[in-house]
Design a protein around this ligand. Structure first.
Ligand SMILES: O=C(O)c1ccc2nc(N3C[C@H]4CCC[C@@H](C3)[C@@H]4OCc3c(-c4c(Cl)cccc4Cl)noc3C3CC3)sc2c1
Length: 229
């Protein structure tokens, strides 16, 4: 059964998740700006930068995160940013935007200088997330669990991270059992997505390198979070 404090924890996380979103004027640009590989890259850069800011604000609201060692907080954010952004943007593909933003976003990603070998696993992942039909509680918790992965590079006190992550895993497990009594494997399937995210994270590092060799510029925030330039 879900305890009272688990319900409170759930509410804090879901409220933070729904509060911190990409500003609509940024998201709307998807539909407005010109189409060219360079324009698409610039727009994706702007959106990724905005998404990182949203991610940092969300992370600060995860109960217990701010009590971690400061350097570990940075290490967790840097290590999970790409994965959290994949999860977050997967929701865009899940909710079939009325204004066709989904198709436009897909088109701009496909035409932004990313090589086909990364595009295929990327959109397979998006499809696999959409097919899970996650509710917002599951999306918010799965993103939280990804951020609180103890074995990111340079994390010193992995135990402290593990303790918070375990609380979130237990809550997500209970939620899955309650939401989908007829699908006992659903919780395991959600966690399986996190494994796929790690693979995408490696592909992403190569995407960055290939963009850089084609002299693409990133914003200071993206350079900092992804250790580029
Ligand atoms: O809430 C909405 O309405 C909404 C609409 C569109 C939208 N697009 C979003 N994106 C677009 C892009 C794809 C998903 C993650 C990033 C944010 C953004 O990342 C682009 C990106 C990525 C990236 C890609 Cl292409 C796919 C998945 C994850 C990442 Cl980080 N890597 O580098 C870059 C920049 C070019 C430097 S969030 C969002 C919210």
């Amino acid at each position: 059964e879900i305890t009272k404090e688990q319900r409170t924890l759930m509410k804090v996380i879901v409220d933070a998740y729904s509060t911190h979103q990409i500003p609509q004027d940024v998201a709307k640009k998807l539909l407005q700006e010109q189409y060219s590989a360079d324009e698409n890259f610039l727009l994706l850069t702007e959106m990724a930068t905005s998404q990182v800011q949203v991610l940092v604000e969300f992370t600060k609201n995860i109960p217990g995160f701010l009590s971690l060692d400061r350097e570990d907080q940075i290490a967790l954010l840097k290590g999970s940013a790409v994965e959290a952004m994949f999860l977050r943007s997967a929701q865009v593909f899940s909710r079939k935007m009325p204004s066709g933003q989904t198709e436009v976003l897909e088109e701009r990603i496909r035409k932004s200088g990313i090589s086909e070998e990364f595009i295929i696993p990327m959109f397979n992942f998006y499809k696999s997330i959409v097919s899970l039909h996650m509710v917002q509680e599951e999306q918010a918790l799965l993103t939280t669990i990804t951020i609180l992965t103890p074995d990111r590079p340079y994390v010193k006190d992995q135990q402290a991270v593990e303790r918070i992550q375990e609380t979130m895993l237990e809550l997500l497990r209970k939620l899955c059992v309650l939401q989908r009594p007829q699908e006992p494997q659903y919780f395991a399937r959600l966690l399986g997505r996190l494994t796929e995210l790690r693979t995408l994270s490696h592909y992403h590092a190569e995407m960055l390198t290939s963009w850089r060799t084609n002299d693409h510029k990133f914003t200071p925030l993206l350079c900092e979070i992804w250790d580029v330039q």
